[in-house]
Design a protein around this ligand. Sequence first.
Ligand SMILES: Cc1cc2nc3c(=O)[nH]c(=O)nc-3n(C[C@H](O)[C@H](O)[C@H](O)COP(=O)(O)OP(=O)(O)OC[C@H]3O[C@@H](n4cnc5c(N)ncnc54)[C@H](O)[C@@H]3O)c2cc1C
Length: 358
Amino acid sequence: MEIQEKKNIYVGVQTTQVRDIRDFMMEINSYKNILVFAEVNDDKVCDNSLELIGEANRLKAMRNNDSLVIAALIGNNVKKHAPTLFGYGADKVVAFDNPKLEIYRSDLYGEALAAIVRNYHPEIVLVGATALGSELAPTTAAKLRTGLAAHCTALKILENGQFTQVVPAFGGKVLGDIYIPNHRPQIASIKAGITKKLEYKEKSGVVEDFSCELKGFDRMKVVKVEKDTETKKSLNDADCIVVGGFGIGSKEEWTKLEELARLLGGANGCTRPVLDAGWIDNEKAMIGTSGVAVRPKAYLGIAVSGAAHHTCGIKDSGLIISINKDEHAPIFACSDYKVVADYKKIVDALIEELKNRK
Ligand SMILES: Cc1cc2nc3c(=O)[nH]c(=O)nc-3n(C[C@H](O)[C@H](O)[C@H](O)COP(=O)(O)OP(=O)(O)OC[C@H]3O[C@@H](n4cnc5c(N)ncnc54)[C@H](O)[C@@H]3O)c2cc1C
């Protein structure tokens, strides 16, 4: 009797599961294509978005099916950017032009992107982890009730077809693979410099106009837009970057790194704890998943431990030189030159030598 009951329960559950799984698979399989949010800033498509179109093409090749790379333009008078998107690899461009979208607002842009996704059913959505994208991606994911992996350091398609988003976890000590198995689309945000854009090739394609009602929040009103006129030397322009980690110890000691960068004609970068501690006041100097990705000819890492959150932002640097007093510091695993020492002795000697040469 007991066995019979168990058997019935098992069959009943199984029958229900089979039906649900079929519905579920049909629903999941109705999502195809890879959609990239093409961010426009100062009337120019962001490099980050062009890189993501390149990445979408790489994923499409791994998918090995007839997926399309769709670029979504949202703004006012943004349709004109479609040729740029085709040139960098988009198969189709969806343009949502509306005067209400002239200035970025998370409520309106979130509604617009969510509506585009509902209409085009992409399997994957890629958004640049810019200041704007870092707000828009979760807003859209919440509207669509789907998953988002923020600040991914890599994207993969496994042999079984599973789309996989790689995100540093546990303070950057491990890289976690994120799957979104039961919801579509799968949304990922990625920083500039982590993926690569394709070489520009003149090509045309289909541009589809898109429109929907935009409600927004009544209480929200843009009063003024102020541009960040940061004049400090950008990390992207510098051939040499002197990066300090929390092991520097204090704001007073940090000034030595500023002097060293000046003498080398380079720029200063930092890890997150240094920014949090207020030793540097330039937010754009933070390198890593929540900061910028850099590609200098030379990266000099001083008292930086080498957490994956940071090193994912330096992987395309030319020469990587690191100074750390701990011979087992993870930064050494990706360094070309390793100096195991108290940084103070090395930095003081370097500053003196450079001053003498001048
Ligand atoms: C979601 C999330 C996102 C993050 N994003 C970023 C990011 O974008 N960028 C980023 O940098 N971090 C980021 N972090 C933090 C990151 O995980 C690490 O905690 C951080 O990078 C460590 O910074 P650090 O190496 O400066 O400090 P620590 O880990 O404290 O390392 C200090 C190092 O200095 C060495 N040292 C100490 N004294 C000396 C000395 N006198 N001489 C030589 N060496 C010395 C030590 O041996 C140690 O290796 C993020 C974390 C999370 C959770």
